[in-house]
Design a protein around this ligand. Structure first.
Ligand SMILES: [Ca+2]
Length: 94
């Protein structure tokens, strides 16, 4: 019998692996972090903006989302930061 704590850990690990795949998809130059241009794709895919969104509006959105996700303010989103950001989006959508 698997205790509840183990199940929670397994669930969290499965989610992290899922997020790792998503992260790798967006990390197009495989730098190990998401930069502003890669974040733009995320914003469009999340439906926060579309390809018709004017550039200046899009830039503004990217800055806002980067600020939310970039916890240590180094200008890029690391995997750890992305996990946090992605979970907060998922939770907000439910
Ligand atoms: Ca960062």
């Amino acid at each position: 019998m698997v205790c509840e704590v183990d199940q929670m850990v397994m669930k969290a690990e499965a989610r992290e692996m899922e997020i790792r795949e998503i992260f790798d998809d967006y990390d197009q130059d495989k730098s190990g972090s998401i930069d502003k241009s890669e974040l733009k794709c995320i914003i469009i895919d999340l439906g926060l903006a579309s390809l018709e969104t004017p550039d200046d509006k899009l830039e503004q959105l990217v800055s806002i989302e980067l600020e939310k996700a970039d916890l240590n303010h180094d200008g890029v989103i690391s995997f750890g930061e992305f996990v946090h950001y992605y979970n907060s989006i998922k939770d907000a959508k439910v």
